[in-house]
Write a protein of this length. Structure first.
Length: 208
């Protein structure tokens, strides 16, 4: 009999990796609540008097908040917006929901912001009788697409922004006494409300 025994060597079976799904979790993150922050900047497109020209101005903001579960984000932010003749600094609350994907994947999301803005106006745009200006409600709605690299998230979003601002005016009033003397009375006070609506395109870079 042969002194060498035959040993069967099993063949290695190569298997192809499953196709990668763009919205499948690549890194499992089951933490129920986590911290995130992001910084965004972009352009606002619109006009006060569209018969003459369009305006392209600058917008920036940073938001800090928490992720809840795998799809919901909520936070508080502060921003800086330029409206050609107006400048505003909004403080706002933010709410975001992932329509497709989760916090651990690429995602298609919607986001809503609402808050109040302090405002300033260029001195060259003051009109006789102007006494002061003030800001008001700010609201924005965005839809965007987010990609991730480890804990870094980069998003491109498009949406609309609404901003309310106020101008206050005082005009002198005069009346005549029976003897014909002219006397200055209490001034008339007028408030003019302006509503600014813009198309907004933003790039958002964040962590977590």
């Amino acid at each position: 009999a042969d002194s060498i025994f035959y040993t069967n060597i099993p063949k290695k079976i190569e298997t192809k990796p499953a196709p990668r799904k763009i919205f499948r979790d690549t890194l499992q993150n089951d933490q129920r609540i986590g911290y995130f922050f992001n910084v965004q900047s972009g352009a606002m497109i619109g006009c006060n008097d569209c018969e003459f020209s369009k305006e392209v101005t600058f917008s920036a903001a940073t938001t800090h908040g928490i992720t809840i579960g795998r799809k919901l984000r909520t936070g508080i932010g502060i921003g800086f917006d330029s409206y050609f003749d107006w400048t505003t600094m909004p403080i706002f609350g933010s709410l975001s929901w992932d329509l497709l994907g989760t916090k651990s994947t690429q995602a298609l999301f919607v986001q809503a912001n609402y808050g109040w803005s302090n405002s300033w106006i260029k001195k060259s745009d003051w009109i006789a009788g102007s006494t002061s200006v003030d800001g008001g409600a700010m609201a924005s709605a965005l839809v965007g697409y987010r990609v991730k690299y480890h804990d870094v998230k980069i998003s491109l979003a498009i949406g609309t922004k609404f901003q309310r601002v106020y101008r206050y005016y005082e005009y002198p009033t005069f009346y005549f006494l029976p003897d014909g003397t002219m006397v200055e009375g209490s001034p008339n006070k007028t408030t003019i409300k302006e509503e600014l609506n813009r198309l907004m395109i933003s790039l958002i870079v964040g962590w977590k």
